[in-house]
Ligand binder design. Structure first.
Ligand code: ATP
Length: 340
């Protein structure tokens, strides 16, 4: 299948008074139409910056320092603001963690969704209202006609995030970028929202790039998972491969830190902290936190080794000459079941 999005060797840097921060350091992946890919990693690994770069929304002082972002064959990284405006919302839509940041508190929610439907033209006022009501129903807002005129503060957090999703879907985007869309919600509402995203993906065929720090949330929705660490992609594979046959010690650590569905057992957290991206280390950035680090890890960054056609991991443990190391007991069997 042809890729809808193809990110090639993407590098993103921030020019700070202390020097250049290398936030994304050569990331490549592709996403096909209708597919859901979760990008997972700890805070600061570069997930948000990566997804903002897709919409040309990098924060002040942030810039694409290399590589390309091919969307339907066109390089978003090389586009000017005008061209990007034509793509944002219409082709690629964004849902962020805080729904209030996406909505105007002083306008009825329904009319904001209708306005999003009209943003790229070709639809009448009445048509936009009908479309907004349809989208409110699609995203699980009961009695849309009654709630159309309600203001943001009249909705709960979960319902508001559904409204934001309705607004994001208004122009029928081919790609939905969702950056921690469920993080601010409590566990039950979070699970409902993930199921909704999955249903919508099935119904509309929109591809989803789902950004999260939570491998448990990713399991509920993603067909493929990419794990990021210190601005690099360290493992990528199908959900089945990542949850049941993970190969990177960082992925093992992330999996061990997912709470069990019963909420029992001790919660693991990976000791140490990610490196300072002002001065990225010479070798494998994960080496200081990796109990299985080899001598070579301190000198040379590992390439992505092929595990299968769909599964790659950047760890020297996959080198043919590396000693055999098995994942810690239980990793890949417990805690998370891929595919919800
Ligand atoms: N506005 C900024 N100015 C300077 N550096 C920044 C800025 N935004 C991000 N960075 C750098 O980019 C790195 C990646 O940030 P990013 O927000 O993408 O991480 P993240 O994985 O999404 O974490 P979080 O979940 O906390 O948002 C940060 O560690 C920081 O060094």
């Amino acid at each position: 299948m042809d890729a809808l999005l193809e990110v090639r060797d993407l590098k993103i840097a921030f020019d700070s008074p202390r020097g250049v921060i290398r936030a994304v350091r050569g990331v490549s992946f592709s996403l096909c139409a209708g597919e859901t890919l979760a990008v997972v990693g700890e805070s600061g690994c570069g997930k948000s910056v990566l997804c903002k770069s897709l919409l040309g929304l990098l924060p002040h002082r942030g810039r694409v320092a290399g590589g390309s972002i091919l969307y339907a064959g066109r390089d978003l990284a090389a586009m000017g603001e005008r061209e990007l405006e034509g793509i944002r919302g219409k082709e690629i839509a964004l849902v962020l963690q805080n729904p209030m940041s996406a909505l105007n508190p002083s306008l009825p929610v329904g009319s904001q969704i209708a306005r999003a439907a009209r943003a790229h033209g070709g639809i009448s006022r009445a048509g936009a209202k009908a479309r907004a009501l349809e989208l409110m129903a699609l995203t699980g807002i009961s009695e849309p006609a009654r709630r159309y005129g309600d203001y943001p503060h009249q909705f709960s957090g979960g319902m508001l995030q559904r409204c934001v999703l309705a607004s994001a879907l208004a122009c029928g985007p081919k790609l939905l970028v969702a950056d921690e869309p469920t993080t601010a919600l409590d566990a039950t509402v979070q699970a409902q929202m993930l199921d909704l995203l999955r249903d919508i993906q099935h119904q509309t065929g929109t591809a989803i790039l789902f950004i999260t720090h939570d491998l448990g949330a990713a399991a509920r929705i993603a067909g493929r998972v990419a794990v990021m660490y210190a601005g690099r992609l360290v493992e990528i594979g199908t959900a089945e491969e990542i949850y049941h046959d993970p190969r990177h010690p960082y992925t093992w650590g992330l999996l061990a830190s997912v709470p069990s569905p019963e909420g029992t057992g001790e919660l693991f957290s990976i000791p140490g902290a990610p490196p300072d991206l002002l001065h990225p280390p010479a070798g494998d950035a994960f080496a200081p936190r990796n109990p299985w680090a080899l001598g070579v890890d301190w000198r040379e960054e590992p390439p992505l080794f092929r595990v299968s056609d769909t599964h790659y991991a950047a760890t020297w443990l996959l080198h043919p000459d590396a000693p055999r190391v098995d994942p810690p007991a239980g990793i890949g069997e417990r805690r998370v079941s891929a595919g919800g």
